[in-house]
Design a protein. Structure first.
Length: 128
């Protein structure tokens, strides 16, 4: 059974790109992979440019066949993203806070609120 997630990056101009990830969306899965390998916005942009994925770095497939149009969805602002973005069991976004890239997540235990990935790991007592 899949644990679905979305991965998003907010750029300096406020626009946001978002992709879907089908497997391992929980904190110890996608959350850990994002923190360890994609906390640099330029590396995350390369990942997102690959479009929707089955798991981190793997093209999205259904029943073993690659789905062709899996490009990132673009939003003009954070409010546009909140209104129109895809929502899954876990949603991750990399945003700039005081000139530093910070991962945020929202999921069933956060009641729709965004919290830092670090705070989520402490809350869930997970090593993320």
């Amino acid at each position: 059974m899949a644990t679905r997630s979305t991965i998003a990056l907010q750029y300096a101009d406020g626009t946001i790109d978002q992709v879907y990830c089908h497997w391992d969306g929980y904190l110890r899965g996608v959350g850990r992979d994002l923190k360890e390998g994609y906390s640099n916005p330029f590396e995350l942009q390369k990942l997102i440019d690959g479009g929707d994925m089955s798991c981190i770095g793997e093209p999205y497939t259904a029943r073993g066949e690659r789905i062709e149009d899996t490009r990132a969805r673009r939003f003009s602002s954070f409010s546009d993203y909140m209104r129109n973005g895809q929502q899954e069991e876990y949603d991750y976004i990399l945003r700039q806070v005081d000139s530093k890239a910070v991962w945020f997540v929202r999921y069933y235990d956060t009641d729709g609120e965004w919290i830092t990935l670090e705070k989520a790991a402490q809350f869930e007592k997970e090593d993320v």
